[in-house]
Design a binder for this molecule. Sequence first.
Ligand SMILES: *Cc1c(COP(=O)(O)O)cnc(C)c1O
Length: 299
Amino acid sequence: MTDPLFDSPEEEIHFDLFNVKNVSVFIKRDDMIHPFISGNKWRKLKYNLIEAQFIEKKHLVTFGGPYSNHLLATACAAAKFGFKSTGIVRGEPVENQTLMICKLFGMKLQFVKRTDYRDKQLIFNSRFADDADAYFINEGGSGNDAIKGCSELISELKQTYDHIVCACGTGTTVAGLLQGVQLAQTYTMVHAISVLKNAAEIEIGLEKFTKNLCQVRLHSEYNFGGYAKTNFQLLSFIKDFAVSTGILLDPVYTGKMMFGLFDLIEKDYFLQGSKILAIHTGGLMGLLGMSKEFNAMDN
Ligand SMILES: *Cc1c(COP(=O)(O)O)cnc(C)c1O
Protein backbone atom coordinates (compact mmCIF):
# COMPACT_ATOMS: atom_id res chain seq x y z
CA MET A 1 0.00 0.00 0.00
CA THR A 2 1.47 3.33 -1.00
CA ASP A 3 1.27 5.68 1.90
CA PRO A 4 -0.47 8.81 0.60
CA LEU A 5 -0.02 10.67 3.78
CA PHE A 6 2.87 12.69 5.04
CA ASP A 7 4.35 13.33 8.47
CA SER A 8 2.01 16.00 9.73
CA PRO A 9 3.62 19.30 10.77
CA GLU A 10 4.30 20.50 14.32
CA GLU A 11 3.31 24.11 14.64
CA GLU A 12 3.93 26.44 17.57
CA ILE A 13 0.93 28.50 18.72
CA HIS A 14 1.16 31.74 20.67
CA PHE A 15 -1.09 33.07 23.41
CA ASP A 16 -0.36 35.62 26.15
CA LEU A 17 -1.22 32.94 28.69
CA PHE A 18 1.73 30.84 27.54
CA ASN A 19 4.13 33.78 27.98
CA VAL A 20 2.78 34.59 31.42
CA LYS A 21 3.15 30.96 32.54
CA ASN A 22 6.43 30.47 30.64
CA VAL A 23 5.42 27.39 28.67
CA SER A 24 5.63 26.73 24.93
CA VAL A 25 2.85 24.91 23.11
CA PHE A 26 2.99 23.16 19.76
CA ILE A 27 0.27 21.34 17.81
CA LYS A 28 0.85 18.16 15.85
CA ARG A 29 -1.46 18.81 12.90
CA ASP A 30 -2.83 15.33 12.27
CA ASP A 31 -5.94 17.09 10.98
CA MET A 32 -3.80 17.88 7.92
CA ILE A 33 -3.05 14.23 7.14
CA HIS A 34 -6.11 14.05 4.90
CA PRO A 35 -9.50 15.84 4.81
CA PHE A 36 -11.47 12.62 5.33
CA ILE A 37 -8.96 9.93 6.36
CA SER A 38 -8.23 12.26 9.18
CA GLY A 39 -6.04 12.32 12.21
CA ASN A 40 -5.90 9.36 14.50
CA LYS A 41 -8.45 7.52 12.34
CA TRP A 42 -5.83 7.08 9.63
CA ARG A 43 -3.26 5.92 12.15
CA LYS A 44 -5.74 3.45 13.64
CA LEU A 45 -6.79 2.11 10.24
CA LYS A 46 -3.42 1.82 8.58
CA TYR A 47 -2.39 -1.67 9.71
CA ASN A 48 -5.94 -2.98 9.35
CA LEU A 49 -5.86 -1.95 5.70
CA ILE A 50 -2.44 -3.46 5.15
CA GLU A 51 -3.64 -6.73 6.68
CA ALA A 52 -6.84 -6.73 4.57
CA GLN A 53 -4.82 -6.17 1.42
CA PHE A 54 -2.30 -8.84 2.41
CA ILE A 55 -4.95 -11.54 2.83
CA GLU A 56 -6.68 -10.33 -0.34
CA LYS A 57 -9.96 -9.21 1.18
CA LYS A 58 -11.90 -6.78 -1.00
CA HIS A 59 -14.74 -5.55 1.19
CA LEU A 60 -14.24 -3.58 4.40
CA VAL A 61 -17.05 -3.87 6.94
CA THR A 62 -16.96 -1.55 9.90
CA PHE A 63 -19.06 0.16 12.55
CA GLY A 64 -19.83 3.57 13.99
CA GLY A 65 -22.33 6.10 15.24
CA PRO A 66 -24.13 8.41 12.80
CA TYR A 67 -21.43 11.13 13.14
CA SER A 68 -18.51 8.71 13.22
CA ASN A 69 -15.16 10.04 12.02
CA HIS A 70 -14.08 6.41 11.74
CA LEU A 71 -16.87 5.52 9.28
CA LEU A 72 -15.96 8.49 7.14
CA ALA A 73 -12.25 7.66 7.19
CA THR A 74 -12.96 4.03 6.30
CA ALA A 75 -15.32 5.01 3.46
CA CYS A 76 -12.71 7.27 1.89
CA ALA A 77 -9.78 4.90 2.49
CA ALA A 78 -11.77 2.03 0.96
CA ALA A 79 -12.40 4.08 -2.18
CA LYS A 80 -8.78 5.21 -2.33
CA PHE A 81 -7.25 1.76 -1.91
CA GLY A 82 -9.72 -0.20 -4.03
CA PHE A 83 -11.99 -1.84 -1.48
CA LYS A 84 -15.78 -1.97 -1.33
CA SER A 85 -17.12 -0.81 2.02
CA THR A 86 -20.11 -1.29 4.27
CA GLY A 87 -20.79 0.82 7.33
CA ILE A 88 -22.97 -0.57 10.09
CA VAL A 89 -24.49 2.50 11.73
CA ARG A 90 -25.79 2.53 15.29
CA GLY A 91 -29.44 3.50 15.73
CA GLU A 92 -32.49 4.31 13.60
CA PRO A 93 -31.95 5.31 9.95
CA VAL A 94 -30.95 8.98 9.66
CA GLU A 95 -29.44 11.33 7.12
CA ASN A 96 -26.65 13.77 7.90
CA GLN A 97 -23.59 15.34 6.28
CA THR A 98 -21.13 12.70 7.53
CA LEU A 99 -23.21 9.80 6.23
CA MET A 100 -23.86 11.64 2.97
CA ILE A 101 -20.12 11.85 2.32
CA CYS A 102 -19.69 8.18 3.34
CA LYS A 103 -22.22 7.29 0.64
CA LEU A 104 -20.44 9.52 -1.89
CA PHE A 105 -17.37 7.35 -1.36
CA GLY A 106 -19.50 4.30 -2.15
CA MET A 107 -20.04 3.03 1.36
CA LYS A 108 -23.24 1.00 1.77
CA LEU A 109 -24.96 1.82 5.05
CA GLN A 110 -26.92 -0.59 7.23
CA PHE A 111 -28.63 0.76 10.35
CA VAL A 112 -28.77 -1.45 13.42
CA LYS A 113 -30.79 -0.93 16.59
CA ARG A 114 -28.74 0.19 19.59
CA THR A 115 -29.44 -2.99 21.53
CA ASP A 116 -28.28 -5.23 18.67
CA TYR A 117 -25.30 -3.02 17.87
CA ARG A 118 -23.30 -4.10 20.92
CA ASP A 119 -22.10 -7.42 19.54
CA LYS A 120 -20.29 -6.35 16.40
CA GLN A 121 -18.67 -9.68 15.65
CA LEU A 122 -22.10 -11.30 15.80
CA ILE A 123 -23.53 -8.75 13.34
CA PHE A 124 -20.63 -9.38 11.01
CA ASN A 125 -20.90 -13.15 11.27
CA SER A 126 -24.63 -13.20 10.62
CA ARG A 127 -24.71 -10.66 7.78
CA PHE A 128 -21.50 -11.45 5.90
CA ALA A 129 -21.15 -15.20 6.43
CA ASP A 130 -21.27 -15.93 2.71
CA ASP A 131 -19.11 -13.03 1.60
CA ALA A 132 -15.56 -14.43 1.45
CA ASP A 133 -14.24 -10.96 0.58
CA ALA A 134 -15.59 -9.31 3.71
CA TYR A 135 -13.06 -8.05 6.26
CA PHE A 136 -14.14 -7.10 9.77
CA ILE A 137 -12.77 -3.86 11.18
CA ASN A 138 -13.91 -3.09 14.69
CA GLU A 139 -15.22 0.38 15.52
CA GLY A 140 -12.15 2.61 15.50
CA GLY A 141 -9.82 -0.10 14.21
CA SER A 142 -8.75 -3.12 16.20
CA GLY A 143 -6.59 -3.06 19.31
CA ASN A 144 -2.98 -3.89 18.59
CA ASP A 145 -2.95 -2.79 14.95
CA ALA A 146 -4.50 0.54 15.93
CA ILE A 147 -2.05 1.04 18.77
CA LYS A 148 0.91 0.30 16.54
CA GLY A 149 -0.31 2.86 14.00
CA CYS A 150 -0.74 5.53 16.69
CA SER A 151 2.63 4.84 18.26
CA GLU A 152 4.30 5.86 14.99
CA LEU A 153 3.32 9.47 15.63
CA ILE A 154 6.09 9.68 18.21
CA SER A 155 8.85 8.70 15.80
CA GLU A 156 7.81 11.55 13.48
CA LEU A 157 8.44 14.24 16.08
CA LYS A 158 11.13 16.82 15.34
CA GLN A 159 11.92 17.50 18.99
CA THR A 160 11.37 15.99 22.42
CA TYR A 161 8.48 17.32 24.50
CA ASP A 162 8.03 17.34 28.26
CA HIS A 163 4.29 16.76 27.85
CA ILE A 164 1.99 15.42 25.12
CA VAL A 165 -1.74 16.10 25.44
CA CYS A 166 -4.38 14.12 23.54
CA ALA A 167 -8.16 13.71 23.49
CA CYS A 168 -9.25 10.33 24.70
CA GLY A 169 -12.37 8.34 23.76
CA THR A 170 -11.63 4.64 23.95
CA GLY A 171 -8.02 5.37 24.93
CA THR A 172 -6.52 3.48 21.99
CA THR A 173 -4.75 6.55 20.62
CA VAL A 174 -3.32 7.41 24.03
CA ALA A 175 -2.18 3.80 24.46
CA GLY A 176 -0.35 4.12 21.14
CA LEU A 177 1.30 7.39 22.13
CA LEU A 178 2.35 5.85 25.42
CA GLN A 179 3.83 2.89 23.61
CA GLY A 180 5.70 5.24 21.26
CA VAL A 181 7.07 7.30 24.13
CA GLN A 182 8.22 4.20 25.97
CA LEU A 183 9.91 2.80 22.85
CA ALA A 184 11.68 6.12 22.34
CA GLN A 185 12.75 6.08 26.00
CA THR A 186 12.04 9.75 26.58
CA TYR A 187 10.75 11.29 29.79
CA THR A 188 7.67 12.65 28.04
CA MET A 189 4.47 12.53 30.08
CA VAL A 190 1.31 11.68 28.10
CA HIS A 191 -1.90 13.42 29.21
CA ALA A 192 -5.24 11.92 28.23
CA ILE A 193 -8.16 14.37 28.27
CA SER A 194 -11.23 12.19 28.54
CA VAL A 195 -14.17 13.32 26.40
CA LEU A 196 -16.58 10.83 27.95
CA LYS A 197 -17.56 10.01 31.50
CA ASN A 198 -15.57 6.77 31.48
CA ALA A 199 -12.32 7.59 33.22
CA ALA A 200 -12.30 4.30 35.13
CA GLU A 201 -12.79 2.24 31.97
CA ILE A 202 -9.95 4.03 30.22
CA GLU A 203 -7.61 3.31 33.08
CA ILE A 204 -8.47 -0.38 32.90
CA GLY A 205 -8.14 -0.25 29.11
CA LEU A 206 -4.70 1.31 29.28
CA GLU A 207 -3.53 -1.31 31.75
CA LYS A 208 -4.29 -3.96 29.14
CA PHE A 209 -1.76 -2.40 26.78
CA THR A 210 0.99 -1.39 29.13
CA LYS A 211 2.07 -2.28 32.61
CA ASN A 212 3.84 1.00 32.89
CA LEU A 213 1.34 3.73 33.68
CA CYS A 214 3.83 6.11 35.27
CA GLN A 215 4.14 8.09 32.02
CA VAL A 216 0.42 8.74 31.60
CA ARG A 217 -2.03 11.02 33.41
CA LEU A 218 -5.78 10.84 32.91
CA HIS A 219 -7.77 14.08 33.19
CA SER A 220 -11.47 13.48 33.63
CA GLU A 221 -12.69 16.99 34.50
CA TYR A 222 -13.02 18.25 30.91
CA ASN A 223 -15.76 16.02 29.48
CA PHE A 224 -18.46 18.76 29.73
CA GLY A 225 -21.04 16.25 30.92
CA GLY A 226 -20.23 13.43 28.51
CA TYR A 227 -19.77 12.43 24.90
CA ALA A 228 -20.75 15.15 22.40
CA LYS A 229 -22.12 17.32 25.25
CA THR A 230 -21.16 20.96 24.88
CA ASN A 231 -21.91 24.30 26.45
CA PHE A 232 -21.50 27.97 25.60
CA GLN A 233 -18.12 28.16 27.32
CA LEU A 234 -16.68 25.35 25.16
CA LEU A 235 -18.14 26.67 21.91
CA SER A 236 -16.88 30.19 22.54
CA PHE A 237 -13.44 28.80 23.43
CA ILE A 238 -13.37 26.98 20.07
CA LYS A 239 -14.41 30.17 18.29
CA ASP A 240 -11.76 32.32 20.02
CA PHE A 241 -9.12 29.69 19.32
CA ALA A 242 -10.03 29.60 15.62
CA VAL A 243 -9.90 33.42 15.41
CA SER A 244 -6.48 33.55 17.09
CA THR A 245 -4.75 30.67 15.29
CA GLY A 246 -6.53 29.81 12.04
CA ILE A 247 -6.94 26.30 13.41
CA LEU A 248 -10.35 24.69 13.81
CA LEU A 249 -11.19 22.38 16.70
CA ASP A 250 -14.31 20.24 17.05
CA PRO A 251 -16.55 20.29 20.13
CA VAL A 252 -16.50 16.50 20.62
CA TYR A 253 -12.76 15.80 20.89
CA THR A 254 -10.09 18.38 20.15
CA GLY A 255 -12.04 21.33 21.57
CA LYS A 256 -12.26 19.63 24.97
CA MET A 257 -8.60 18.61 24.75
CA MET A 258 -7.43 22.15 24.07
CA PHE A 259 -9.79 23.64 26.67
CA GLY A 260 -8.32 21.22 29.20
CA LEU A 261 -4.77 22.12 28.22
CA PHE A 262 -5.44 25.85 28.64
CA ASP A 263 -7.05 25.23 32.02
CA LEU A 264 -4.13 23.11 33.23
CA ILE A 265 -1.68 25.82 32.13
CA GLU A 266 -3.82 28.44 33.87
CA LYS A 267 -3.68 26.40 37.07
CA ASP A 268 0.15 26.11 36.96
CA TYR A 269 -0.05 22.37 36.43
CA PHE A 270 3.09 22.40 34.26
CA LEU A 271 6.54 23.48 35.42
CA GLN A 272 7.91 26.75 34.05
CA GLY A 273 9.83 26.22 30.84
CA SER A 274 7.76 23.15 29.85
CA LYS A 275 7.52 22.26 26.19
CA ILE A 276 4.07 20.87 25.44
CA LEU A 277 2.68 19.14 22.35
CA ALA A 278 -1.09 19.00 21.76
CA ILE A 279 -2.23 16.34 19.30
CA HIS A 280 -4.81 17.59 16.80
CA THR A 281 -6.55 14.27 16.19
CA GLY A 282 -8.57 15.69 13.27
CA GLY A 283 -12.22 14.80 12.79
CA LEU A 284 -13.39 18.26 11.78
CA MET A 285 -16.38 17.04 9.76
CA GLY A 286 -18.10 16.66 13.12
CA LEU A 287 -18.32 20.45 13.18
CA LEU A 288 -20.94 20.30 10.43
CA GLY A 289 -23.30 18.51 12.80
CA MET A 290 -22.99 21.45 15.22
CA SER A 291 -23.90 24.30 12.89
CA LYS A 292 -27.11 25.06 14.81
CA GLU A 293 -25.22 25.41 18.09
CA PHE A 294 -22.57 27.70 16.60
CA ASN A 295 -25.08 29.81 14.70
CA ALA A 296 -27.07 30.29 17.90
CA MET A 297 -24.05 31.98 19.50
CA ASP A 298 -24.14 34.95 17.16
CA ASN A 299 -26.90 36.77 18.94
C1 LIG B 1 -12.03 9.03 17.47
C2 LIG B 1 -11.38 10.31 17.89
C3 LIG B 1 -10.67 10.43 19.11
C4 LIG B 1 -10.64 9.32 20.14
O1 LIG B 1 -9.69 8.34 19.90
P1 LIG B 1 -9.58 7.06 20.88
O2 LIG B 1 -8.48 6.27 20.28
O3 LIG B 1 -10.89 6.33 20.79
O4 LIG B 1 -9.31 7.51 22.24
C5 LIG B 1 -10.04 11.63 19.38
N1 LIG B 1 -10.12 12.67 18.51
C6 LIG B 1 -10.79 12.60 17.35
C7 LIG B 1 -10.87 13.80 16.48
C8 LIG B 1 -11.45 11.42 17.00
O5 LIG B 1 -12.14 11.36 15.83
